[in-house]
Design a protein around this ligand. Structure first.
Ligand code: MN
Length: 177
């Protein structure tokens, strides 16, 4: 037919890519269907890569390595918590810390670890939910080789939601990986 696509390969009949019941459509109709399919696929890909932007880098006073936060919900007259999306690059993790009224983590991408003091580290991955009790010393972060993204929902007790402690040493971190 003389038509060529962007790669200068001879154009294939669009009918080849469509279910048989659509083959009675004319060429233009089939081209339109294919265009719609391409747009839907692109949109789906965009939606599955990142839910929220990476956001602002978190300070190394409280985090080892590169960690970032996008705030999602601030404490207000109804909500006694804040929520944010936290991205940990590989090797990044929180310091040991305590939440006086607990915290919920919803892992939205990648994989990493959650560890309570004195217990084995738990591997966590996309789709996992961790309900962290109050006053439990713990840390969370990425694995050595993969990033980890979680939404953190952190309750307040009065005006305090976290007490930061010492960093997770390389020895502690390497031993769980
Ligand atoms: Mn925590």
């Amino acid at each position: 037919m003389g038509r060529r696509n962007a790669n200068s390969q001879p154009a294939q009949s669009p009918a080849r890519y469509l279910p048989f019941y659509r083959q009675h459509l004319n060429d233009n109709q089939q081209e339109i269907l294919i265009a719609i399919k391409i747009i839907i696929n692109r949109k789906t890909k965009m939606d599955t890569t990142e839910i929220f932007p990476r956001g602002q880098q978190l300070p190394n006073d409280w985090f080892s390595g590169n960690a970032f936060i996008t705030p999602l919900v601030a404490k207000d007259k109804n909500n006694e918590f804040s929520a944010g999306s936290v991205t940990f690059e590989p090797k990044a993790r929180t310091n040991w810390h305590i939440h006086p009224k607990g915290q919920v983590l919803i892992v939205t991408d990648g994989n990493g670890f959650y560890q309570e003091k004195g217990k084995p580290a738990q591997p966590i991955k996309k789709g996992d939910v961790v309900n962290i009790p109050e006053n439990i010393e713990h840390w969370h972060g990425a694995s050595l080789t993969n990033k980890m993204v979680h939404i953190a929902i952190t309750n307040y007790k009065d005006d305090v939601q976290v007490t930061w402690l010492q960093p997770v040493t390389d020895e502690e971190y390497n031993s769980v990986n």
